[in-house]
Design a protein around this ligand. Structure first.
Ligand code: OAD
Length: 228
């Protein structure tokens, strides 16, 4: 049996792939207030703007490539049973080769019915336009979790944390709940590491590794692989 690692990621792990984080931008995300483009209210008020906003983000994701941190995380599977719990809506972990990724905030490369959240579709092209409908006849929207909506895989993710031998948390401000609370499910015996370039509140019992994901994660992974 391989030891278990949970890798918990936020926007910071994709920053060095050129995708902007949320809270490093002074309250605005690509010139929009988060609540205007990432909430059911914003969608009801102005679906065209919300679709355009996510279409631009999706084109950015498609143009981006996984960085050395994503690649290192994928290498952990050589010697560990790895579950990635990510708040990110991009697919950079998958493209780097990771095989088990739980997207607790959904995935921008999928569309879903705005009438029924269980109707999820692969994208036919990079854009969702007004008038693109699900088979129920309701408008398609990005399959991402907005404020006030249900976070995905929460119980399953908590279980993985609770069974982990090691937890590596990278690039998250831990400001958005309930996802942020997952870090506390790690058992006392687990080795816990928190990576960020900024001094910030580090969760209890996590070792703080200061630096960017690309600066710090490959070295830590090599060390863990060598010790395993
Ligand atoms: P944030 O933008 O809140 O936080 C990004 C974190 O990454 C900060 O702590 C930065 O210090 C850190 N960071 C920046 N550059 C980094 C780098 N190169 N390497 C490592 N860390 C770096 O992003 P999240 O915590 O992911 O939710 O945000 C959580 C949620 O808020 C998102 O999933 C999204 C957003 O609203 C929804 O859309 C529901």
């Amino acid at each position: 049996m391989k030891p278990k690692i949970v890798v918990f990621t936020g926007a910071g792990v994709s920053a060095e792939s050129g995708l902007k984080t949320f809270r490093d931008m002074g309250g605005l995300w690509h010139e929009h207030r988060l609540e205007d483009v990432a909430s059911p209210e914003g969608w009801r008020r102005d679906p065209a703007t919300v679709l355009r906003f996510y279409n631009e983000r999706r084109l950015g994701v498609l143009a981006a490539s996984p960085n050395a941190a994503h690649a290192a995380i994928a290498r952990l599977e050589d010697k560990f049973e790895v579950t990635i719990v990510t708040q990110n809506i991009d697919d950079l972990h998958e493209r780097a080769g990771s095989t088990r990724v739980l997207h607790v905030h959904g995935e921008i490369l999928k569309a879903r019915s705005s009438a029924d959240e269980s109707r999820i579709y692969p994208m036919r092209g990079p854009l969702i336009e007004l008038g693109d409908l699900c088979e129920l006849g309701s408008q398609l929207r990005p399959d991402v979790v907005w404020f006030g909506e249900n976070v995905r895989f929460l119980r399953e993710a908590a279980q993985h944390f609770a069974e982990a031998d090691k937890v590596l948390a990278i690039g998250t401000s831990l400001t958005v709940w309930p996802a942020a609370g997952l870090v506390d499910y790690a058992p006392a015996a687990a080795e816990r590491v928190f990576v960020s370039p900024d001094l910030q509140d580090v969760p209890d019992d996590y070792r703080f590794l200061r630096g960017t994901a690309v600066e710090t994660v490959p070295g830590l992974v090599e060390q863990w692989l060598a010790q395993a």
